[in-house]
Design a protein around this ligand. Sequence first.
Ligand SMILES: Nc1ncnc2c1ncn2[C@@H]1O[C@H](COP(=O)(O)OP(=O)(O)O)[C@@H](O)[C@H]1O
Ligand SMILES: [Mg+2]
Length: 331
Amino acid sequence: MGYGTSLGSVSPVSIVGNSPVIKRIYELMAKVACCQSTVLILGESGTGKELIARSIHLHSERQGRPFIPVNCGAIPGDLLESELFGHEKGAFTSAVATRIGRFELADGGTILLDEIGEMPQMLQVKLLRVLQERSFERVGGMKTINVDVRIIAATNQDLETAVKDGRFREDLFYRLNVIPIEIPPLRKRADDIPLLCRFFIDKYSERFGRKPITITEEAAHILACYSWPGNVRELENTMERLLVLKDDNIVKPSDLPERMTGKRIPELPDIDDDDTNPFVSGVDLNAALAGYEKRLILHALELHRGVKSQAAKYLNINRTTLIEKMKRLGL
Ligand SMILES: Nc1ncnc2c1ncn2[C@@H]1O[C@H](COP(=O)(O)OP(=O)(O)O)[C@@H](O)[C@H]1O
Ligand SMILES: [Mg+2]
């Protein structure tokens, strides 16, 4: 393979990445794979939460048993209960036959409770009991069912805030948050972008029986600087689209979607407008702009690992102008 570090001796799913954060995640995954503890995977949509959950399962002693993902956010509350725990015949009008739920299907294996932050309160209580006792009843059932299931939960929400706001049970949060794995967004591990591009180009050129494409240095630079709000999923789709739509094999900046090539103006920083203080009124424009300028410059430098010529190019200014500004701002 050679895209990144493979986890252990077998690599049944390919997780690509060589950045220090991803390497730390590989180490953590190798450790948690061999224990039964509950894992909570945190990260924005498209960062690879499901991929990592599946990989943990495939590296655990449960690998020969089912891996059952459930998207708790996609199923309405009343249906979710019977989806997870099953129901007995006649439990409700449409329950014409007994149905086995996902927890029973996952027996001996692993269940992934995806978008756990969306789980309705009523089910949070029932889930807490499963976490504590590994037992539950089917909807409309009397018999207690015991299962041996490893639980992995995932979310793109900030669960601690959800707990503070009373949307998520605190006791459940602590039960789930035994081993947290935080996957940073792609824009915070830009080192991995070229590897991921290569990986998906190879994947789709093989799948479609097409010659791989080459990305020019300029286009690669744009891809590396783009913010990737949809993370790896967005990158994968972008590479697939390029492979399908390109007639020649060279990707130039003009082949990339406009959202990547258009100059973005990053969000304004919070204005420190202390309206509780009667002596402070209005904003000091010059100080605010200098603060904004400083932040943008630091951002550009960080993105390009301190290489001033590249940071200047990103900011659309000359290298000498950048150096002057840095001096003036005390950077
Ligand atoms: N590090 C990675 N290496 C290879 N493929 C990845 C990586 N991270 C994510 N993917 C791919 O990106 C897509 C989205 O990942 P997924 O696990 O569904 O994200 P999430 O569950 O966080 O939304 C999937 O096709 C997945 O295989
Ligand atoms: Mg997902």
